[in-house]
Design a protein. Structure first.
Length: 633
């Protein structure tokens, strides 16, 4: 097990050491894992190409550290504790020994279907144990998983399958989400009709039992695929830098990009941060409410907790089904000790009223966490007082898909808390703030763009199939720095507060959505000529999506037009990207070079039209007043 920090002084000493001697520090952490061959060099890096490699020459398989090494010490401990969507259905408890067997069996089945080291496997699945099993089975044989959140549409799924050139897709008949079943197999069929020529096989889990069409020669039931397969499977030993997974995420331009993480560094960093941030203790029941379709689920439902030998709870459903007391009921039932969720869920449950929390016995809770978006003070206080009863520290964890693991966060009960602050960098993390010219802002009480000066083991390695895009997105804005896309401030005590994105990315309910993607989708709706999308403050979602749309002629029935736009966005991306507000406008404010002035559109969407700045330099200043007068605020 990696080092677990126990006191504030120790944190300070370890942090100082990790900056003075990062290679020595991380080598010590890495040495606590099972390797087939030790590394020759700890780190090689430059942020110009960029090129980052950790534990060079080392050979391992991450799943041996998630599974095999626990067989000696905790074979009968529950690894995966599964809470179904329908509270009347049976809870599933899968021990480390059982999980090992199930992962190996599917790994053998995948091999039998022709999946080889380096092949990509796309997972489009419900939050059932088989999703975690499929993730680990891919890793077991050196294949690369690409999990796609099952709320994405067929078009979005097809884009990701094509970009990753996936050979196999694993899905289910349907997903149980709240009162509905969502027919995910049908979505896969539709996606595959859009020219995903790399796909040879679709493996279908029987989950809800709903009827699904199977395509002969291509589709195979999961239970048929694993039938008769052995429950042991030698792990494919890979290089530290062998690709572990691709996960697509939105940026400010173009289509989502496939962030790439690798076996060695990701393993060391997720285990270390899981145990330190949450101060995990053996025997704890740990629950992260994210979906495995996002990075939080990868790092802190599957890999981090299993590497640490924890019991990780996986929840199939949604926070409000059958009622807004569901989270607290699950905490009570399973005696959850560590609970990790998103501010949007906290705000929604807070809005549902205190009565849902009041009657529950939440005394098992010791640590609370949040992730995904800035948490406002009211929500922080409610979480701290009503859920944690002022006993439990809140770890406000700041990180990104690209960072693989938590970078800035309190260590529970060890480092100080400050509402709305992610607080201090973890060991090995060297943040800095820069101004628009790239000058580093020194000292306390400064605000700027958040960058990292030095690599940590789970920094992204590339964006799949397009390294130049990786360079341009993260390493080109400021020389020799990784740029996060976030703005932040640093207080007198060196604590960081994340303010939010400074690029054209919107954070809706903790989901990252690129404005360009939404605009592309809206532009496909009937009668739409052009559109511009911005975020605006939303009481529950954090940010809502405001769309300004130019049409080719009079729209007639406005509500039918809006519905057509919503349907188009749902078809192109998925319901999470649906605009909250759609305003038909005669034009968009543009600079003389034809660039849309989003600053003005953001202000109007926020309802703050008092000071729009100088609009006289616009190509079409008259349009601003027209937009203002029709604004939906
Ligand atoms: O803007 C930051 C916000 O979420 C972005 C990363 O999104 P994603 O890659 O989807 O990963 C989300 C889960 C790690 C960041 O650039 N963000 C994430 N955590 C926080 C946050 N903003 C404020 N406070 C946080 N704790």
């Amino acid at each position: 097990m990696t080092l677990q920090i126990r006191t504030l002084d120790e944190y300070r000493a370890v942090y100082e050491r990790s900056v003075r001697d990062p290679e020595g520090f991380w080598a010590e952490q890495a040495a606590t894992f099972r390797w087939h061959k030790p590394w020759r060099r700890v780190l090689e890096w430059n942020f110009r190409e960029p090129r980052v490699k950790w534990f060079i020459g080392g050979r391992l398989n991450i799943t041996e550290n998630c599974l095999d090494r626990h067989l000696e010490t905790r074979p009968d401990q529950v690894a995966l504790l599964w809470e179904p969507n329908d509270p009347k259905r049976k809870v599933r408890r899968i021990t480390y020994r059982q999980l090992y067997g199930l992962v190996c069996q599917l790994a053998n089945a995948l091999k039998a279907q022709g999946v080889r080291k380096g092949d990509r496997v796309c997972l489009y699945m419900p939050m059932v144990p088989e999703l975690a099993i499929a993730v680990l089975a891919c890793a077991r044989i050196g294949a690369v998983h690409s999990v796609v959140f099952a709320g994405f549409s067929a078009v979005a799924l097809a884009d990701r399958i094509k970009d990753a050139q996936a050979k196999v897709v694993i899905t289910a008949d349907a997903n149980a989400r709240g009162p509905k079943n969502i027919a995910v197999k049908t979505v896969v069929d539709e996606a595959l009709s859009m020219g995903c020529s790399s796909v040879e096989r679709v493996i279908v889990l029987r989950n809800t039992g709903d009827e699904v069409p199977m395509t002969a020669g291509r589709d195979l039931w999961w239970h048929d695929a694993v039938r008769g397969k052995r429950k042991t499977c030698k792990a494919t030993v890979v290089d530290s830098e062998h690709m572990l997974f691709i996960l697509y995420t939105s940026g400010s331009t173009g289509k989502p990009k496939g962030v790439v993480h690798t076996h060695g560094g990701y393993m060391v960093y997720t285990e270390f941060t899981f145990r330190n941030v949450f101060q995990y203790q053996p025997g704890d029941i740990y629950w992260c409410t994210a979906d495995i379709g996002w990075i939080t689920g990868h790092s802190y439902i599957v890999y981090g907790p299993l590497l640490a030998g924890a019991t990780t709870l996986m929840f199939e459903g949604i926070p409000t089904y059958p009622d807004p007391g569901r989270f607290w009921e699950v905490v009570q039932r399973h005696k959850v000790n560590i609970f990790y969720t998103a501010p949007t869920a906290i705000r929604a449950l807070m809005a549902a009223g205190d009565e849902w929390v009041k009657g529950r016995r939440l005394t098992s809770l010791r640590v609370l966490g949040t992730v995904g978006e800035p948490i406002n003070e009211e929500a922080w206080r409610w979480y701290y007082e009503r859920v944690g009863k002022k006993r439990c520290p809140i770890v406000d964890t700041w990180w990104q898909t690209e960072t693989g693991g938590i970078l800035i966060s309190p260590l529970a009960s060890i480092t100080p808390l400050k509402p709305c602050y992610a607080t201090l960098p973890l060991p090995g993390v060297q943040p800095c703030l820069v101004d628009a010219n790239g000058n580093e802002l020194e000292g306390p009480n400064v605000e700027g763009m958040l960058c990292l000066k030095f690599p940590w083991p789970s920094i992204l390695r590339t964006t799949f199939g397009d390294h130049e895009r990786c360079r341009l997105n993260y390493f080109a804005a400021f020389p020799d720095k990784y740029f996060t896309g976030d703005g932040a401030r640093r207080d007198d005590n060196g604590m960081y507060r994340i303010i939010g994105r400074v690029d054209d990315v919107i954070n809706v309910s903790g989901h990252r959505i690129g404005t360009a993607e939404v605009e592309d989708a809206i532009n496909k709706a009937p009668n739409v000529v052009e559109s511009a999308v911005v975020g605006y403050p939303h009481p529950i979602k954090g940010q809502g999506i405001y769309a300004y749309v130019i049409t080719s002629g009079p729209v007639g029935d406005l509500s039918a037009f809006r519905q057509a736009v919503l349907d188009t966005v749902t078809r192109e991306i998925g319901p999470i990207a649906k605009p909250d507000k759609i305003q038909v406008v005669p034009g968009l404010p543009k600079t003389r070079s034809g660039k849309i002035m989003r600053r003005i559109l953001r202000k109007i969407a926020e309802g703050d039209t008092s000071n729009l700045g100088d609009t006289t330099t616009l190509l079409n200043p008259e349009v601003v007043d027209e937009i203002k007068s029709g604004a939906l605020v």
